[in-house]
Ligand binder design. Structure first.
Ligand code: ADP
Length: 365
């Protein structure tokens, strides 16, 4: 069993061009053994290019890939001992479950007795014992995913690459599959590198998330880090709804930072250090669920802005409230349906929208 946390695959200053198209620029990424690492970004941001270079299906234009410190940049795909799972799983429909799982071992010319034993063990580990002789179409979506993972893991790869495996599924099935995938990662302890454009999926599954934009790695961190402390406006917006206030005059005050929004000081204890802040444009980013709604009589004390209520949207577990500041800047709130203010909130009225200093992030790029 491998130890999580140890570096074992390193992407070093990796770049890729397809003719005039720049797909990836200067990517350095250290993949830790045993982690669930997700490459997240919009379409065309360079995620698949990265995965394909890791797999050995594409050659980098610049940089190199190392495994345990050994250069494998030009090692053929079939000598890398990395498993790959593609979108929709690409199972062989004319083969049984057992034949599908056996396939990578057959290709590797493993003796038949050993194949039978390994396939049997694999069926058990993925909870499909007794189903080896079934056809693929006789299985549920969840069971098919388990076969796909079993087939990719049967030769004990050191790394499993998953290229948007869930993207073709509907929302409910997708959520079920996410639970299964997390379970399989835990069960096998193999390092997973997973590509998705779905931020919820990335946050739900990953130990770390690498956020890509336009061929560049914008941020690498735990789900909480990239969501709560986005390093750029792109990351802030890509990971969910975000309020952005253009702020100025950032300065240090004891262990906090203070910035001005239209002359009003706001305190931040979460974000870039004052030393790195220049006089250019900066933003204070606050998630809608971190802003509380209070009557104007409670103005003062902590961070907050006065805003006029414009629209309320009921969404079952919570309500979204669209507000607007005096300067026309929109502010979005997401509050639980049990919030006491919901009984007497009125459109066109002013309220105090407040947040704690831990829940604002300063962004300078
Ligand atoms: P993602 O996986 O994030 O959607 P890709 O890595 O597939 O993004 O693509 C990154 C960029 O490289 C895009 O502009 C895409 O059009 C381009 N690209 C990817 N593969 C090829 C290819 N085989 N030939 C030419 N351009 C490509």
């Amino acid at each position: 069993m491998s130890v999580q946390g140890e570096h074992f695959v390193d992407l070093l200053r990796l770049g890729k061009s397809y003719g005039d198209t720049r797909a990836l620029t200067d990517l350095t990424l250290h993949i830790k053994r045993g982690e669930f690492l997700t490459l997240l970004g919009p379409s065309g941001s360079g995620k698949s290019t990265t995965l394909m270079m890791l797999a050995g299906f594409e050659q980098p234009s610049e940089g190199r890939i190392e495994r345990n410190g050994v250069d494998i940049t030009h090692l053929p795909a079939d000598q890398r001992d990395f498993g790959v799972v593609f979108q929709g799983y690409a199972l062989f429909p004319h083969m049984t479950v057992a034949q599908n799982i056996a396939y990578p071992l057959k290709v590797r010319k493993v003796p038949t007795a050993q194949i039978t034993e390994k396939v049997g063990q694999m069926l058990e580990r993925v909870g499909l014992e007794g189903k080896g002789n079934r056809g693929i179409k006789q299985l549920s979506g969840g069971q098919q995913q388990r076969v796909a993972l079993a087939r990719a893991l049967v030769f004990e790869p050191s790394l499993l690459l998953l290229d948007e495996p869930l993207s073709a599924l509907d929302r409910r099935l997708r959520q079920e599959m996410q639970v299964e995938l997390a379970h399989m990662h835990k069960e096998f302890g193999t390092t997973f590198v997973f590509v998705t454009h779905d931020q919820e999926e990335a946050l739900a599954l990953s130990d770390r998330v690498a956020v890509f934009n336009n061929g560049l790695l914008e941020q690498l961190g735990t789900p909480q880090e990239v969501y709560e402390r986005p390093a750029s406006r792109f990351v802030a917006n890509f990971l969910g709804d975000m309020n952005m206030l253009g702020v100025q005059n950032i300065r240090r005050q004891e262990e906090n930072l203070v910035c001005d929004y239209k002359g009003q000081p706001l305190i931040v204890s979460n974000g870039v250090s004052a030393a790195t802040v220049d006089d250019g444009k900066s933003w204070l980013a606050i998630r809608p669920e971190h802003i509380d709604l209070l009557p104007l009589s409670q103005t003062g004390g902590g961070n907050g802005v006065v805003a006029r209520m414009e629209k309320l949207t009921y969404l079952g577990t919570h309500v979204n409230i669209d507000m607007r500041l005096a300067d026309a800047q929109p502010v979005a709130l997401r509050i639980p349906v049990s919030h006491p203010m919901l009984n007497n909130i009125e459109r066109g009225q002013d309220y105090w929208c407040s947040w704690s200093r831990q829940h604002g992030s300063l962004i300078t790029s």
